[in-house]
Ligand binder design. Structure first.
Ligand SMILES: NC(=O)c1ccc[n+]([C@@H]2O[C@H](COP(=O)([O-])OP(=O)(O)OC[C@H]3O[C@@H](n4cnc5c(N)ncnc54)[C@H](O)[C@@H]3O)[C@@H](O)[C@H]2O)c1
Length: 250
């Protein structure tokens, strides 16, 4: 997969899927900008990459803060003159019945899972459209495709990400910007461990997965990098489940 020299902003780059994705982009010669709200973990992730011989620029930022995101994008454009790739990987949620939820919890879910993706995309798109070139890859969830018990509002927000991806692709693909979704099934990250709690919950998930195992973050990273690579010349507005066959949406 060819992403050499592509200026690539990866959000949620300090943990899980975002971190593995940033590493894969770096290994393939992309110019990686790591974005995360967790400064300590972000510094550690950039240090890990540096120790492995890859340059990566850490940028602490809350992707739900539009002013901060716009300042970040301005800074990157001043330094690098272009942004080729945006990977929107931030997401979060708990497992609980819908009726136990509060307005504040729903708002947090919508902010982190949907609004941040809108804010990031809105900030980078003008420069991509001006150059008639770019790729945006959004992390959805199979919860947003087929529903998920205990993740009602998270699923609604991820369904929003999917609808946003398709509609945005209709708007910008004619101008050379491709927009796609990767939709993970259960993936071995801190988010899943926090969700699932005990091993028995993960064991139950595994029984439902045709491949009989959860994903490793690197397996998601490969699919994300492909969508943003020079090999992807004609895929846009699509949702690709990387879930070991757990979901097979038509
Ligand atoms: N892990 C799974 O099983 C799974 C399944 C389906 C979908 N997903 C989706 O994949 C994506 C990555 O998930 P993960 O499991 O790697 O998550 P993770 O919890 O391991 O990492 C999330 C990262 O996002 C950062 N973050 C949180 N709020 C932020 C903000 N406001 N601004 C900037 N950074 C912020 C956190 O600091 C953390 O480093 C998410 O969108 C998630 O919803 C994950």
């Amino acid at each position: 997969m060819d992403v050499a020299d592509k200026v690539s902003i990866i959000t949620a780059a300090a943990s899980g899927i975002g971190k593995a994705t940033a590493r894969r982009f770096a290994e393939l010669g992309a110019r990686v900008i790591l974005v995360d709200i967790n400064e300590g973990a972000l510094t550690a992730a950039a240090k890990e990459l540096a120790e492995a011989g890859y340059a990566a620029q850490p940028e602490a930022c809350d992707i739900t803060n539009q002013e901060a995101v716009q300042a970040l994008v301005r800074r990157v454009l001043e330094q690098r003159q272009r942004i080729d790739v945006l990977v929107n990987a931030v997401g979060w949620g708990n497992i609980e019945p819908f009726l136990d939820g509060t307005l504040a919890y729903w708002q947090k879910l919508i902010q982190l899972n949907l609004m941040g993706t809108l804010i990031m995309s809105h900030a980078v798109l003008p420069s991509m459209l001006a150059r008639q070139s770019g790729s945006i890859v959004n992390l959805a969830s199979d919860a947003g495709r087929v529903g998920s018990l205990g993740e009602t509002v998270y699923a609604a927000a991820k369904g929003g990400v999917i609808a946003f991806t398709k509609s945005l692709a209709r708007e910008v693909s004619r101008h050379g910007v491709l927009v796609n979704c990767i939709s993970p099934g259960p993936t071995d990250t801190p988010l899943l461990r926090e969700h699932a709690g005990t091993g028995s919950v993960i064991e139950k998930m595994v029984k439902a997965i045709p491949m009989r195992r959860i994903a490793q973050p690197e397996e998601l990273a490969n699919a994300i990098v492909f969508m943003a690579s020079r090999e992807n010349t004609y895929i846009t507005g699509q949702v690709l489940s990387v879930s070991g066959g757990l979901t097979m949406s038509g």
